[in-house]
Structures are given as structure tokens and as C-alpha cells.
Design a protein around this ligand. Structure first.
Ligand code: NAD
Ligand code: TDX
Length: 332
């Protein structure tokens, strides 16, 4: 039985990965999570107690991290401050968790000689024009735009340096926008669904033409497990499922599934520095490691996600008011 430490395993994508490990391997999973406002500890409830252990703590605290790393075979690192809008109003927690936290983990895996997988984002590459025929590849130069994406870029570069300078056995993945259950209501798709469920209109930034490359979080998990098990040390793999959609297309799909006029939209102030388009070319991951996504029907995926938010109001309801108050203060 392998022992895996999953940082941020009580968050949206990390908790999905923990379920994926429990369902697809016989690994024992230790979750290290600070349980910030974004965590979804409930998503871990019901998992077999002999397979999973939750430790509440900070990845930037070496005294917490080092003994946990010593006990496992590999670390999969999801923990992060993850929301661009928050990074624009208060960048410091992003530097602390995304940079110092990643550094702290790297020092522990270096000392304990453990395998490390670093989960990152396509936002490190900046953005593309709407009509650019190119997509991001592993050799696209880094060009992050926001405090969030610059700290993720910094953390990726730390991992590369620890591989080259100290021989740390690490891989990196950069994934596109995830959707699915347990995503915090601050993020785009859950915010729109829950605005409508609370009787308000969905809210689009700017002209709504910005494009994101959507992937179901379950496909992100299967890709990360594939890289953990078969990826080449020192390599970066881009994860994407050919899911490019403009924001207005996504909102129309949500409106339509909820039986509303597709064009009934509240147009709000744009995000400063708003990246125009992300698009992933995941050829390397598919051809080298044989990974393919399973959730290719976006309309069905959105319908399932909407149904999940309808059924789980008890989980997201308590976070909604505070989240909307923050947005209202910024004019979003
Ligand atoms: P999230 O905000 O939902 O979850 C982050 C988790 O990390 C939370 O449980 C939080 O409590 C925990 N955490 C935060 N600071 C911590 C600290 N100092 N110590 C320990 N735990 C801490 O984020 P998410 O959307 O699930 O993203 C997870 C990872 O995937 C991040 O590294 C993010 O950059 C990356 N990613 C996200 C997306 C996306 O679309 N959401 C896409 C590509 C990559
Ligand atoms: O109410 C909204 N209206 C709107 O038009 C919100 C919250 C967002 N938007 C737009 C901004 C973006 O173009 O929707 C798009 C998606 O926004 P977010 O959910 O904030 O995601 P994004 O900024 O693209 O970043 C996400 O994907 C990459 C994750 O939050 C990051 O953690 C990940 O690295």
C-alpha cells in the first residue's frame, strides 16, 4: 500500500483527487489542509477511515510538514490560495501559501528524498488573443498577469530549480479551468448557478467574450494520477480537455438548463487585468502517457453540476452572503 500526502485535499480539486485515489488505488491518503474559507471538509466525510487521515495545518509550517513528508512515499501538492479576484484585493496570503508553502514542501521532500507532484495552472502562461490559432504548450514562455498567477508561476519555477539543483524527484502539471461539485461559490460557474437559485441574474464581467478551457475536475484527477505514476521526473505536462467556451456561452448554457431566457444576464464591472483567453494543447500528456479525458459533453457536465448545487444548498448557502458582499464592494 502506497502512502500519499495530499496538500489542499479538503479543497475543490484536492478533495476530488482524494476520492479518485480511494476509488482507483489501494493507497493510504493523508490530507494536510489549513481549512481556509475555501475548504470543503464535508466532501471527505464518509471515506473509509482506514484509508484517509486529515491533518489540519499549514503547508508553510516546516514543523508540521516535515514529519508528515517523512511518513509517506509521495506528496501531491494542491494547497493554494486560488482565486484571482481575492489576489487583486489582498495578495499577501498568495505569496505566503503559494510561494513559501511550496518552498517549505520542497525542502521537506528534498531532505526526505520523496517523490513530489506539483499541481499548477495554465494561467502561468498569461493569455492568448481570441483569434490566435496557437494554444499553450509546455514550451510557451511564462507571462503571468495577476498576483495569483504570478505566485503560481513562482512556485513552478521553485520546483524546477529544486529538480535541477538538488535532484528532487518532481513533476509539474498545468491544468485549465476546472468545474464540478464542491467548487466554492466565489468561482465563475458556481456563482452563476447559485445567483440564479437565489432569484438573481447571472453576472458577467466586461463583454463576456473571455474564453476559458473547461475540464471536469474528475478528468484533472485522472491526469494527475497518470503523471504521478508514469510521468518522467523533471517534466511538465499540460492538462486540458479541448473545452474552450466564452463566458457568455457558459452563462447561456446555465440559463437554458434552468429554464430561463438565455440572454437574461447582469453585465458588471470587468476584472482589472482580466486574461482574455486560455487554451491548452495536451498532446504531450495524451501521446506520452496515454491519458484521455472522459467528460467530453460540456452541456451534460454543466447540467449535472447544476443539479448538484440544487441538491447541496446546505453546503454552499452559508458561504453565499459573505462572498456576494465581497463582490458588491468591488462592483462585480
Ligand atoms: P481551492 O481554493 O478550492 O482549495 C485550496 C485548498 O488549499 C483549500 O482546502 C484550502 O484550505 C487549502 N489551503 C490554502 N492555504 C493552505 C495552507 N497554507 N496550508 C494548507 N492548506 C491550505 O482551490 P482549487 O480550485 O481546488 O485548486 C487546487 C489547486 O489546483 C491549486 O494549486 C490551484 O492553483 C490549482 N488549479 C486550479 C484550477 C481551477 O480551475 N480551480 C485550475 C488549474 C489548477
Ligand atoms: O462572476 C463572475 N463573472 C465572470 O464573468 C466571475 C466570478 C468570473 N467571471 C469571469 C472571469 C473569468 O474570465 O469568468 C471567468 C472564470 O473566472 P474564475 O472562476 O474566477 O476563474 P479564473 O480567473 O479563470 O481562474 C480559475 O482557473 C484557473 C481558477 O480560479 C484558478 O485557480 C485556476 O488556476
Amino acid at each position: 500500500m502506497r502512502k500519499i500526502l495530499v496538500t489542499g485535499g479538503a479543497g475543490f480539486i484536492g478533495s476530488n483527487f482524494v476520492h479518485h485515489l480511494v476509488n482507483h488505488t489501494d493507497d493510504h491518503v493523508t490530507v494536510l489542509d489549513k481549512l481556509t474559507y475555501a475548504s470543503t471538509e464535508e466532501s471527505l466525510v464518509g471515506l473509509p477511515k482506514d484509508r484517509i487521515h486529515l491533518v489540519v495545518g499549514d503547508i508553510a509550517d516546516a514543523a508540521t510538514v516535515d514529519p508528515l513528508v517523512a511518513e509517506v512515499d509521495a506528496v501531491v501538492h494542491y494547497a493554494a490560495e486560488s482565486h484571482n479576484d481575492n489576489s487583486l484585493s489582498d495578495p499577501l496570503p498568495f505569496l505566503q501559501t503559494n510561494i513559501i508553502g511550496t518552498y517549505t514542501l520542497l525542502e521537506a521532500v528534498r531532505k526526505r528524498e520523496k517523490r513530489f507532484h506539483h499541481v499548477s495552472t495554465d494561467e502561468v502562461y498569461g493569455d492568448l488573443e481570441l483569434d490566435d490559432p496557437e494554444r499553450f504548450t509546455e514550451s510557451t514562455p511564462y507571462n503571468p498577469s495577476s498576483p495569483y498567477s504570478s505566485t503560481k508561476a513562482g512556485s513552478d519555477l521553485l520546483v524546477r530549480a529544486w529538480v535541477r539543483s538538488f535532484g528532487v524527484q518532481a513533476t509539474i502539471s498545468n491544468c485549465s479551468n476546472n468545474y464540478g461539485p464542491w467548487q466554492h461559490v466565489e468561482k465563475f460557474i458556481p456563482r452563476q448557478i447559485t445567483e440564479i437559485l437565489e432569484g438573481r441574474r447571472p453576472r458577467l464581467y466586461g463583454d463576456g467574450l473571455n474564453v476559458r478551457d473547461w475540464i471536469h475536475t474528475e478528468d484533472h484527477s485522472s491526469a494527475v494520477l497518470t503523471i504521478l505514476e508514469t510521468g518522467r521526473i523533471g517534466e511538465t505536462y499540460l492538462i486540458g480537455a479541448d473545452g474552450e467556451k466564452s463566458n457568455v456561452e457558459v452563462v447561456r448554457a446555465i440559463n437554458t438548463y434552468l429554464g430561463r431566457d438565455a440572454e437574461d444576464i447582469e453585465w458588471v464591472k470587468d476584472r482589472p487585468g482580466h486574461d482574455l483567453r486560455y487554451a491548452i494543447d495536451s498532446t504531450k500528456l495524451r501521446e506520452e502517457l496515454g491519458w484521455t479525458p472522459s467528460f467530453q459533453d460540456f452541456e451534460q457536465g454543466i447540467a449535472d453540476t447544476i443539479d448538484w448545487y440544487r441538491e447541496n444548498q446546505a453546503w454552499w448557502g452559508p458561504h453565499k452572503h459573505e462572498t456576494e458582499a465581497k463582490y458588491a464592494a468591488k462592483g462585480h
